[in-house]
Design a protein around this ligand. Structure first.
Ligand code: SF4
Length: 487
């Protein structure tokens, strides 16, 4: 299905007119000053628009131009812009900005290649400033533009930079300036990164929805009308993701992805790092408390959980030395549920670690059984097993391989027969729904994958499960995240 881009843009431009205007555009409407637009753009990264607007207003009062900014020290800037995301880093960039502008005669340059030489200015910011401040034919591709263009099948790309290059070839120039503000507003309001609101989307009949799992419409909203509900949503959004190396995924836009996911709790597996090896922005993710359980061996396994909700208690491991040294299980206890973040062992080539894996499986199930006597249990993570033939692309060829060997599948049968619920299959019985693809043979591009990442809940908690999805449009690892809406 090929889309009519003119038709889509006409409808969306009309649709987002009533949405909140992205703050950088708002500042551009109020002033055509490139300095203010640049500073607001730097402040806006990973920050809500209202927070950016307030911080920018406070800063511009004291520093209306580069000269004023050069009079402020780093600490004062940090105080003025707090609580924007990564305010300490941004204060440092802004402190260095007036000196850096000197190479351009003290003014903000209008070329992308010059803008990226300024502190804290990446390609996305540079494109946005060139487009908004100078009306240059620039295409600002952020995660919304990259994601939505791939959902429409207008481009088939793996990174925002590839999307920018593809759009430069294909997208009519009349849309270059507007694409970012339209799709950011649309991506925040309707076509959200997790469970887009396809049910109320103005282009739902024409959108191919490639790789999309739409939201389930809440009952209250169905009865009150799509946009009428103001009932506070008690459902928590939980994410689980095997990142296959936190340092690697950090270089592929990890913090942007987390910002877009906007989850309450994020459980990561295979972090392969000690917290002290990570940049501050990942170690202390803005808005979350972080809990770490790395493996003793450097660069191996390990789990970490970020939470916006303060846990009552944290349980590191299962009190079993064999497993705990490998950093495999981290449990946060909340008022009415436990969240167990688990990285199950791989049975390894030739099934050399199958016995260890089955011992781990038995131990974690006993651990969960003990927890569920107290309150609800949610377990998420990389289980390292595809359960049924529907859960991998080539079941026949893999019957004796790790991740699909009979003993591993039998354990999963027993686990579910004990009443634990595979939440994704509660909502989706379709084939070709995978969470892991080999890096080899373009397996992800051809969707030759396995579903080995799960959210499961104890039997008594099934009624609290409101939705479960695979977020396979999110790149950065050989696994994609999976999500659970839990009441
Ligand atoms: S139909 Fe769904 S996937 Fe397509 S643009 Fe609308 S919200 Fe996004």
């Amino acid at each position: 299905m090929s889309i009519d881009i003119d038709h889509f843009f006409n409808i969306l431009a009309e649709e987002v007119r009533d949405y909140q205007v992205p703050v950088v555009d708002l500042i551009a409407v109020q002033t055509k000053d490139p300095y203010r637009i640049l500073v607001a753009t730097i402040l806006s990264a990973r920050t809500k628009d209202e927070t950016t607007a307030r911080a920018a207003a406070r800063l511009f009062k004291k520093a209306p131009d580069p000269e004023g900014l050069s009079q402020l020290d780093e600490q004062s800037i940090a105080k003025l812009i707090y609580p924007v995301g990564f305010y300490r880093n941004k204060a440092k960039y802004l402190k260095d900005l007036p000196a850096a502008l000197q190479q351009f005669g003290g003014s903000v340059p209008d070329e992308i290649e010059s803008l990226v030489r300024l502190p804290g200015v990446g390609r996305k910011t540079a494109n946005l400033v060139a487009a908004v401040a100078f009306n240059k034919p620039a295409i600002c591709v952020d995660t919304h533009v990259h994601r939505i263009m791939n959902i429409w099948g207008y481009v088939k790309t793996k990174t925002p930079l590839e999307t920018e290059m593809a759009l430069r070839q294909k997208l009519p120039e009349r849309y270059w300036l507007r694409i970012n503000s339209i799709l950011v507003a649309f991506g925040q309001g309707t076509c959200k990164p997790v469970r887009p609101h396809c049910d109320r989307c103005v282009i739902k009949d024409k959108c191919p929805r490639l790789g999309v799992t739409p939201r389930r419409v809440p009952e209250a909203e169905k009865t009150m009308g799509a946009l009428g509900s103001s009932i506070e949503n008690p459902t928590k959004k939980l994410i689980s993701w095997n990142v296959n190396g936190l340092r690697a995924v950090e270089k592929k836009g990890f913090t942007d992805i987390i910002w877009e996911l906007d989850a309450d709790i994020i459980a990561l597996q295979e972090i392969k790092a000690m917290p002290e090896q990570l940049p501050a922005g990942v170690r202390e993710l803005e808005g979350y408390d972080a809990f770490w359980f790395p493996a003793k061996r450097k660069g191996y396994a390990g789990v970490c959980t970020y939470s916006r909700i303060k846990p009552l208690h944290v349980i590191y491991g299962m009190d079993i030395d064999d497993h705990d040294g490998e950093g495999r299980v981290l449990t946060l206890e909340f008022g009415d549920f436990f969240l167990v973040n688990a990285y199950f062992p791989n049975a390894q080539h030739g099934l050399t670690r199958l016995d260890y894996k089955l011992a781990f499986n038995r131990d974690i199930q006993s651990f969960l059984d003990r927890l569920r006597e107290k309150k609800s249990v949610v377990i998420c993570g990389d289980f390292n097993v595809a359960h049924k033939p529907i859960d991998l692309a080539n079941p026949k060829q893999n019957e004796k391989n790790p991740g699909y060997s009979l003993p591993e599948r039998e354990w999963m049968d027993n686990f579910l027969n004990a009443g634990y619920v595979d939440t994704f299959r509660k909502f989706n019985q379709e084939p070709e729904q995978y969470t892991w693809w080999s890096y080899r043979f373009n397996a992800r591009g051809r969707n030759i994958g396995w579903r080995i990442d799960y959210f499961c809940v104890d039997p008594a908690s099934e009624k609290r499960v409101k939705g479960a999805s695979i977020l396979d449009s999110i790149l950065g690892s050989d696994h994609c995240p999976v999500s659970l809406d839990f009441e």
